[in-house]
Every structure is written in structure tokens, then in C-alpha cells.
Design a protein around this ligand. Structure first.
Ligand code: SF4
Length: 338
């Protein structure tokens, strides 16, 4: 076991690949981030950028044998979890680390009552008696805003609306008092009103329990409502990371700027809305240089051949783009730097 630096979670140089009929897909390619207790980190990017695979790696849920953590380290509370046995990882999953998926129906068993699904985990993980677990489950249903909790315990998933089911899933994720919850697109399947209620609920729960959260989303509106810090992923890499303000008001990476230009803003005319042209690169054969090169209006020759270095914009804000490098002027004047 390596020494802890005091961070709740530290991910370093994470690489995850999948073997497919078409070859090896390099889904995550050198991801670094950390998270402190009580903090919410949003990981944002288009579909296929590697954000969900990163979260599955943290949860120890990369599907085997096709998926594999090829390199890197994931330390949770100072323990290297990539090296844990399946048995020890199962002890952490669902107790200290919890996950909320997009579709609540995938997390709920339609044949079991809500009560038995809520109590099952805590009886196994915390060795509570049935009666104590039952009481705890009722408290959790009340915490997530479900009325008549005692009666609700006897009902089945199909007897609840989509928003209520997602509240139950959140109660399940919270019941063992985890230190970290990973929420993967937790409101995407819900309509806008329910979505706003669930995001408010996350806020309230975090204030009451100080749980840390990783919010995986493609929706910058969700990021704006929930995040403290934001990691922008593109083609398996984090290309920009900063506080929410840095990302929304001082974005430095052309991809982050393009994402922001692609969202509807009520304070701007609709003709300022610009979809991002083109598609992300093929991760069977990732590009040698900057992955955003083919879609970037500022691309230079060096971008095609050499990966951009990570540049610190300030203490908490970094971006991987040649435009920020101190050699950028020389690059623009086509002076050979390599
Ligand atoms: Fe664009 Fe080059 Fe920056 Fe990549 S490194 S985002 S291609 S300017």
C-alpha cells in the first residue's frame, strides 16, 4: 500500500483499453485527477470521450476479460485499488464507493420490493440487523424526499415514477454512508423539472453528508449547477481542468470553447450557437499529435505530430494546447522546436 497524500481519490496516468474484433480501443489515455472530501468534480465531454470508462475504472467495474487497466494508479483513501482482489474491491463498492447510473431501472430489480433492495446492501456491508437496516432505509427514503417511507418500502419499482425511482437509487447509493459517489449521467433519462429537483437533492445531500461526488455528464447545464471543479475530456484524455469559473468564463482549450459555443444561452442570440463540426478521432489508432487537430480552427503543423504539453494557466487551471505553450510564437513562425 502506497502512502496517502490526504486526497480522497488520486488517479494518475490511467490508461484503459478494450480488446474488440476490430482491434484494441484505447478508451482512456493517461488521465490524471484528484478529489477532496466534500468536493464535486464534473467530468464532461462528448459520448465516447472516455468519461464513463474512467468512472468504471475507479469503481473497479471495467468489464473483463475484454477491458483492462493497462497502466496507471488509482488511490482511494491511500489504498491502491487497482491492486485489490475482487473480494476486497466488493467490500469497498457499495459501502465507501457508490455509483448512480443514468437509468434507475438498471439499478433496481423489478421483482424485489424497494425495502429489500435498500436493506440488502447495508446488511451485507455493515452487518446490521434486519430491523436496524429497515429503520436506516426509511431514514434514507425520507432524506431523498419520498413521503410515506414506511409504506413505500413494501412497493415494487414499477409502482414509482422515473424521478421517484432515481431518488430510490440515490437512497441506495447513500445508505452505507459512502465517501465518494460517482453519478453517471444521473438526470439524462429524466424530464427537465424532475432533473432540476434531483440536482437540488444532490446539493442538499452533499451539504448534509459531506460526500464527494464525481458527476459524469455531457450536459454543461448539469455542470453549472453541481460542480466545484471541471475536467473536460476529449478522445480519452483530460484536455482542460479548472474550477467551474475557469471553465465557464476563462476556457483556454479550443475544444472547451467549442463545447461552450455549442450550448443554447438565453443571454445570446441564437445565431451565436455553433455546433462542433466533424467527429472525434478513431481510438483504435489514436492520433500521434493533438486529438482535436482535425476539428480545431487554430491547428498548426506541430499539432499534427506532437502531443501538446499540459500548461498551467494558474494554480488550479491547466490545459493541453500548443497555443498556451511558451514556444507558441516560434511555432506560429514555423521555427523548428523539435
Ligand atoms: Fe488546436 Fe493545436 Fe491546441 Fe490542439 S494543440 S487544440 S490542434 S491549437
Amino acid at each position: 500500500m502506497k502512502k496517502s497524500s490526504g486526497k480522497l481519490l488520486e488517479v494518475k496516468n490511467l490508461h484503459v483499453s478494450f480488446q474488440t474484433h476490430g482491434g484494441e480501443v484505447h478508451a482512456v489515455r493517461g488521465v490524471d485527477f484528484d478529489i477532496e472530501q466534500g468536493e464535486t468534480l464534473a467530468i464532461v465531454g462528448e459520448s465516447g470521450c472516455g468519461k464513463s470508462v474512467t468512472s468504471l475504472a475507479v469503481m473497479g467495474l471495467i468489464p473483463k476479460p475484454h477491458g483492462k487497466i493497462v497502466a496507471g494508479s488509482i488511490q482511494f483513501k491511500g489504498t491502491e485499488i487497482t491492486a485489490l482482489s475482487a473480494k476486497r474491491m466488493r467490500r469497498i463498492q457499495g459501502s465507501d464507493l457508490s455509483m448512480i447510473f443514468q437509468d434507475p431501472m438498471t439499478a433496481l430489480n423489478p421483482t424485489l420490493t424497494i425495502g429489500s433492495q435498500l436493506t440488502e446492501g447495508i446488511i451485507y456491508q455493515k452487518k446490521l440487523s434486519r430491523q436496524a437496516a429497515h429503520q436506516k432505509a426509511i431514514e434514507m427514503l425520507q432524506l431523498v424526499g419520498l413521503s410515506n417511507a414506511e409504506q413505500r418500502m413494501k412497493q415494487y419499482p414499477h409502482q414509482f415514477s422515473g424521478g421517484m425511482r432515481q431518488r430510490i437509487v440515490i437512497a441506495m447509493a447513500l445508505i452505507c454512508k459512502p465517501s465518494l459517489i460517482i453519478a453517471d449521467e444521473p438526470t439524462t433519462a429524466l424530464d427537465v423539472t424532475i432533473q432540476a429537483q434531483i440536482l437540488e437533492l444532490f446539493d442538499q445531500i452533499q451539504e448534509e453528508t459531506n460526500v464527494s461526488m464525481i458527476m459524469i455528464t455531457h450536459d454543461l447545464g448539469v455542470v453549472a449547477k453541481t460542480a466545484d471543479r471541471v475536467a473536460v475530456m476529449y478522445a480519452g484524455k483530460i484536455v482542460e481542468m479548472g474550477n467551474k469559473r475557469d471553465i465557464f468564463y476563462h476556457a483556454k482549450h479550443p475544444y472547451t470553447q467549442a463545447l461552450l459555443n455549442a450550448i443554447v444561452r438565453l443571454d445570446l442570440p441564437s445565431d451565436t450557437l455553433k455546433p462542433i463540426e466533424g467527429a472525434p478521432p478513431d481510438l483504435f489508432a489514436p492520433p500521434q499529435g493533438c486529438s482535436f487537430c482535425d476539428r480545431c480552427p487554430f491547428a498548426m503543423e506541430v499539432c499534427r505530430h506532437v502531443q501538446p504539453p499540459t500548461t498551467a494557466v494558474d494554480d488550479h487551471h491547466t490545459a493541453d494546447c500548443w497555443l498556451l505553450d511558451k514556444r507558441a510564437d516560434a511555432i506560429r513562425q514555423k521555427v523548428e522546436i523539435y
